[in-house]
Design a binder for this molecule. Structure first.
Ligand SMILES: [Zn+2]
Length: 295
């Protein structure tokens, strides 16, 4: 009788565990099923989303979730890209592809960080390495190793530490692209042309001198640009530049006015995926014209 009771109790435990695990699994697949499915058509769209990040940091004291993505969230977003077959590429790969037809891997995506915060090194870099991802960091040259004085002065953000030359050098050596975000983060469209020219040109020289490698990509601070400023960037030897205009890169994109997709720390994974996929346009191949019908 005792043996039977033990067997019955064990069976009940086992059944409960099986039911519990079954429910857990169902919940997980439900959560996955609710995420936007990446449409197969993007494979042939020849478009590249350029994601825009700033800080990756768990500490709310360094700023709100507009510019700050907590590291656990950033990790889940990178995992989503990885699981869905996205491959990270550099901006120069993208413009080269549109200029010469040089092939890109399947589902290309560019990951960018503006300003050059130290947390890019502390938190984002190890996560990028985990997925064998590359990225581009646009550095404010005169703030390297210091603080975000440009935002602190204007009372826009609390104090944040910026990456040091050694940290930038370590990331560059590991395949991260370092780009320029000017000397001290001015509104380029609002300052005298001679000063804009100095900010664009000298920042590149400072970065190249300290990093010992060419700097060929640029990001407009505050997204402030006009046609004159874009021409200066082009004339200063940069091969590509990114704005804060929302959109996706495609065959017709101006390499010095590339659009990006803003990723905020407040986004859940569903919203992240939605933003990632939001700007792809359906491209119909000539073999199957839109609305084409046999005559
Ligand atoms: Zn910036």
């Amino acid at each position: 009788m005792f043996r039977l009771t033990v067997i019955a109790a064990a069976s009940i435990c086992f059944l409960s565990l099986a039911v519990f695990l079954g429910v857990r699994n169902a919940e997980n697949s439900l959560a996955e099923a609710l995420l936007p499915v990446v449409p197969a058509a993007i494979e042939h769209s020849n478009q590249v989303p350029i994601l825009m990040f700033h800080k990756v940091n768990p500490d709310p004291r360094v700023g709100g979730l507009g510019l700050r993505v907590p590291p656990d969230k950033f990790d889940r977003e990178m995992a989503y890209l990885h699981q869905n077959g996205f491959h990270t590429v550099s901006l120069t790969d993208v413009v080269e592809h549109y200029r010469t037809g040089k092939p890109l891997p399947a589902r290309p995506v560019v990951i960018t960080f503006d300003d050059g915060y130290r947390d890019n090194f502390t938190y984002a870099f190890p996560i990028l390495k985990k997925y064998h991802f590359t990225a581009t960091i646009f550095v404010v040259a005169d703030t390297v190793g210091g603080i975000n004085s440009f935002d602190v002065r204007a009372h826009l953000q609390p104090v944040n530490r910026m990456a040091s030359w050694a940290e930038l050098g370590q990331m560059a050596a590991a395949g991260i692209t370092i780009g320029s975000h000017t000397l001290d983060h001015p509104h380029l469209a609002q300052i005298p042309p001679a000063e804009a020219w100095r900010q664009i040109r000298q920042s590149r020289m400072v970065l190249e001198k300290h990093l010992g490698r060419p700097v060929r990509v640029f990001s407009y601070p505050y997204g402030s640009f006009n046609s004159r400023v874009a021409q200066m960037v082009r004339d200063s030897g940069y091969l590509a530049a990114v704005t804060t205009v929302q959109g996706i890169a495609g065959p017709g994109s101006d390499p010095w006015l590339l659009k990006r997709v803003r990723i905020m720390g407040s986004y859940d994974l569903d919203k992240f995926a939605g933003e990632l996929l939001r700007y792809y346009r359906v491209v119909h191949s000539p073999a199957h014209p839109a609305g084409g019908r046999a005559a």
